[in-house]
Write a protein that binds this ligand. Sequence first.
Ligand code: GSH
Length: 215
Amino acid sequence: MPTVYGAILSPFVRKVRVCLQLKNLAYDLDPVFPGSKDPEFRLLSPTGKIPAFRDGDYGLADSSAICAYLEQKYPASGVSLFPEDAEALGKCIWLEEYADSHIFDNSTGKIFFPRVVLKLQRQEHDEAAVKQAVIDELPPIFDYLESQLGETPFIVGAGLTIADIAIVSQMVNLQHAQEGIDKDRWPKFAKYVAHHLAENYFADLVTEENAVFKR
Ligand SMILES: N[C@@H](CCC(=O)N[C@@H](CS)C(=O)NCC(=O)O)C(=O)O
């Protein structure tokens, strides 16, 4: 059975877990924190970043690499998350990268990490800087994503893709940080995120994650 190495609040670990679930693949979760010096983990993830992944003798790191591997390795299992059409595929990979880098840096990094991770570690954070990030960084991201959405709950084409999973995965961290999306200002994006959060591929994981805050 494949193993995912990582901590459940990471948007990248969540992204891989959602992919595994949608591809109907059972897996083990080895709870490894970023920067772990565990030799088995560091062989798979030389940077120490999570997630890492093992499938038999094969292993690698990085959520995008892992999800692309799963798609090619198990094409007939569960749903396909990468479109075949070249233009749709290109757009999917772009939006996945936008979520993993730009949204992660400016939303998860500037809002979730200080407010949630530092709090869990019982460290102080600069709440004024977090509030400023909410004002400065989120609206341009939401404006862009609102502009990319049509009437369906999918940002590329007519079905669920890796782009939706990557974007909504970052929005889960924003939700954990007690920030939402104003549905009057960004109606399509707010509806889109709410749609995916209500589906079991996200809802089950978020329920599991919420237990962390009740400990
Ligand atoms: N591009 C990587 C990003 C992974 C990543 O940045 N993970 C964070 C946790 S959410 C991490 O391990 N950070 C530790 C570090 O930057 O040293 C992916 O998609 O997996």
